[in-house]
Ligand binder design. Structure first.
Ligand SMILES: NC(=[NH2+])NCCC[C@H](N)C(=O)O
Length: 219
């Protein structure tokens, strides 16, 4: 269906996404990996793997050992940038999708003895940080001594600070100043930013732990 939206209106002879799906399914090269291919719904191509091919591969793994099975790849090292949730916001299903695809690829490469740099790009210095920092100062005057537990649910905190930002021009002004001070490297603002990142990171880490996914954060 992604293909259809790209080709639509460009003189393609395909009438709809389903027709493209049919053409793909029909023209897949015959090979021992694929048992059958069909089109479902508006144009999803479903491919059924051959049971006997899978059985043969598993037998090969069991008899000859999993190491003998890994393909030899012409690269020694790969960088995989995946997951990348946004700091101070909730990790959503889009991030989960990227996390699972990224981790799967990483495991496949590692299985083939390729060194994988698992990178998680989570840095964010945008406007929302000014808002969050000012809200932190306002709500928790003793924020420096607080553990991440005290601030509670970051999502609730984010929503409340956004409401304050939208409703109060004076607060909005302070929040915008805070971004400038944060980007200018002012100590107090940097420390508050770090605190918010820390809380966020703890929340993400719980998900990574549940999924057994390893990642290295890069800003
Ligand atoms: N280098 C990257 N992975 N960039 C993509 C960042 C994705 C962004 N955090 C989002 O949630 O939409």
């Amino acid at each position: 269906m992604g293909l259809w939206s790209k080709g639509k209106g460009s003189g393609t002879s395909f009438k709809n996404p389903n027709a493209i799906g049919q053409a793909i399914a029909k023209n897949l090269p015959a090979c021992d990996v694929i048992e059958s291919a069909s089109v479902a719904g508006p144009g999803f191509v479903n491919i059924v793997l051959s049971k006997s091919w899978v059985a043969k591969r598993i037998q090969d793994m069991l008899v000859n050992g999993i190491k003998t099975w890994a393909p030899i790849l012409p690269v020694k090292r790969v960088v995989l940038d995946f997951s990348s949730p946004n700091i101070a916001k909730e990790m959503h299903v889009g991030h989960l999708r990227s996390t699972i695809i990224g981790d799967t690829l990483a495991r496949m490469f590692e299985f083939s003895n390729v060194e994988v740099l698992r990178r998680n790009h989570v840095g964010d210095w945008g406007t929302q940080f000014g808002m969050l920092i000012e809200f932190l100062f306002e709500k928790f005057p003793n924020w420096e001594e607080l553990g991440s537990q005290a601030i509670g649910d970051l999502q609730v905190f984010y929503k409340a600070s956004k409401q304050r930002f939208d409703e109060d021009a004076e607060f909005k002004d302070r929040a915008q100043q805070a971004v400038v001070r944060l980007q200018g490297g002012e100590e107090k603002y940097r420390a508050a930013w770090k605190k918010i990142c820390e809380i966020s990171r703890n929340e993400f880490d719980q998900v990574y732990k549940l999924l057994d996914v390893q990642l290295e954060e890069k800003v």
